[in-house]
Design a protein around this ligand. Structure first.
Ligand SMILES: NC(=O)c1ccc[n+]([C@@H]2O[C@H](COP(=O)([O-])OP(=O)(O)OC[C@H]3O[C@@H](n4cnc5c(N)ncnc54)[C@H](OP(=O)(O)O)[C@@H]3O)[C@@H](O)[C@H]2O)c1
Length: 346
């Protein structure tokens, strides 16, 4: 198990800033009876990971924390009581380590048990997990692909999992959650409409299966385009990945008794006019990532439908800071990956 030097390289956010992100060497942890040691191969970045390093969104951390929640790797050692995994299993950690099924538990609600937030994350060569905090990767995915799942994919699955094939789904933007929502909604047989600030990204979204594409910059009143495309009926579902800036238009784009799955929390936090919600009998449903059970359900679906995450830029472990900068500058198309170099010391 592990490596000969019994040490590993990890990144810790020593202070909430890009300069505070430092690579340090630490002892390789020992496994306790119900724990699993995972050799991490890849991690991915989400919008929320910038909350700890960027300007007005900056959140203080109570201690130097290993960032990033989303990663995938291989089980290299298991404790004496472990019965869910064996060495060699390919796994990913669940975002909120105590959210196994049902509604979100109180600690997970406050992100106290969330990787890279309340507890150490995955930007490290190795990490110990309680065996309950892991899922097996879908068999059709690489480690890089598996590393994109815990936040963006599970959130998207939570939003669209009940979509039916006769339905129409509007997806806002081409970010991480949005692209998974597009792939899942297509695989469920729905008609999809996607928006973006960029015609180039819209072209790629159409290649990825979007039926209709709207540039929200050239169509600032994009809900009217959505209504035009749906013969003024509106869509059955909106995957709302932005928040108060777009919520009113999302509600106006929804059909009578349609659903708006509210995922995004991009500032500013504002107020919305409640009248179209009432008149259209629209349901605005808050979506919080998802439980381990949802994650496992999604993995089975991805395997069955052979869905592969859309990947964007890759960065080496030594260059992880650039991955954060890339996310901060507004991501391109596809999930940003940090490849974790496991050669060191092994
Ligand atoms: N509720 C939850 O549990 C949960 C889980 C995951 C993420 N989130 C939240 O969901 C949001 C998206 O996360 P992410 O990781 O997918 O972000 P991301 O990969 O950084 O993507 C952000 C995308 O938002 C799009 N966007 C920005 N303004 C827009 C607008 N006015 N209309 C339409 N699209 C717009 C942009 O798309 P274009 O470049 O195509 O214009 C941008 O690429 C964030 O607020 C994040 O915190 C919430």
């Amino acid at each position: 198990m592990g490596n000969e030097r019994n040490e590993m390289r990890v990144y810790r956010l020593m202070s909430p800033s890009l300069d505070g992100l430092q690579m340090v060497k630490e002892d390789l942890p020992e496994v306790a009876p119900y724990e699993v040691l995972v050799k991490l191969h890849a991690a991915s970045i989400n919008y929320k990971d910038t909350f700890y390093i960027a300007g007005e969104r900056r959140i203080p951390l109570s201690r130097p924390t290993i960032p990033l929640s989303d990663g995938a790797g291989e089980v290299v050692a298991v404790g004496s009581g472990v019965d869910r995994f064996v060495p060699g299993d390919r796994v990913a950690g669940i975002l909120a380590q105590d959210w196994l099924y049902g509604a979100i538990p109180a600690k997970a609600y406050h992100s106290i048990t969330s990787l890279g937030q309340g507890i150490d994350g995955v930007l490290a060569e190795y990490r110990i997990f309680n065996q309950e905090g892991l899922v097996r990767l879908p068999k059709n995915l690489s480690y890089e692909e598996g590393a994109t799942l815990p936040t963006a994919a599970v959130t998207a699955w939570n939003a669209v999992k009940d979509v039916r094939s006769s339905q129409t789904v509007l997806i806002l933007g081409t970010g991480g959650v949005a692209l998974f929502a597009l792939q899942f909604a297509k695989a469920l047989g729905a008609t999809t409409i996607i928006t973006s600030s960029s015609d180039a990204k819209l072209a790629r979204a159409v290649e990825a299966g979007a039926d209709h594409a709207i540039n929200y910059r050239s169509h600032p009143e994009w809900h009217k385009e959505v209504r035009r495309l749906t013969e003024d009926i509106g869509v059955d579902h909106v995957v709302e990945t932005v928040g108060s800036d777009t919520l009113e238009q999302s509600i106006l784009a929804a059909r009578i008794e349609g659903m708006v799955h509210l995922v995004g929390i991009v500032p500013p936090i504002g107020r919305i006019d409640p009248v179209p919600v009432i008149f259209g009998a629209v349901t605005v449903r808050g979506v919080r990532v998802g439980s381990r059970q949802l994650f496992e359900e999604m993995n089975a679906f991805m395997e069955r439908k052979n869905i592969h995450p859309i990947l964007g830029r890759r960065f080496a472990f030594e260059d992880a800071k650039s991955a954060f900068v890339h996310q901060l500058n507004g991501p391109d198309f596809g999930k940003i990956i940090v490849n974790i170099d496991n050669e060191y010391g092994s």
